[in-house]
Design a protein around this ligand. Sequence first.
Ligand code: PMT
Length: 218
Amino acid sequence: LPQPLLAGKTVMITAGPTREEIDPVRYISNHSSGKMGYAIAQAAQSMGAKVILVSGPTNLVIPHGVTTIQVTSAVQMHQQVMEQIKHCDVFVGCAAVADYRPLQSNSQKIKKSEQELTLTFIKNPDILSDVAHLSQAPFTLGFAAETQNIREYALAKLNAKKLNMIAANDVSDSSIGFNSEQNALSVFWPQGEKILAMTDKKQLAQQLMQLVAEQLKS
Ligand code: PMT
């Protein structure tokens, strides 16, 4: 029997949304369901990898045989990833991490008044970029959720974040992307590119991790 493609490898995957707290009863988030990231975790596990899934809040069942770390905010996700990344061979950033968080999280519920309410946001750490810039960086696969200029923006992210590969998701089409059952991806790496046509997220995750395994070998 041939060796499974990712035997002996440790793969870390971020999945789902993050929630950025405004006050004890409110937060800002996005429509990520975690389905794509959980499918990637399952695919990597089925290909023989040891898998660590760092997940934001989702309604999904934890995939069998996958070590899962649950987090809520981007800062927590960043902290968990940086603590565990040392022994990983591959990092897949599939989470829809909030780019900003409220400057202050109010310890008491914000009361309604007659005035307008203005919130100030500050930047969150970029988890994917920090992993890719480690001196002993793993193979990094990023995602790019775009609504226009898909190829150009994805290639810009590949270069700016020093990634090994990027999977661009056209989220202007609601049948693929956030909270859908199916997805399609345009995958770019420095020496090539491949379009993975629309199919269910489990199938797509298998195809994507096969591409990663091929690039990891070469
Ligand atoms: O969860 P589903 O409902 O199945 O939907 C899947 C998906 C649409 C969320 C997924 O396919 C996807 O595109 N994920 C990336 C979403 C995103 O935040 O993209 P971005 O272009 O804003 O970010 C680029 C990359 O940087 C991503 O790999 C992201 O994980 C990473 N990032 C971004 C900001 C940040 N502070 N830290 C990060 O690591």
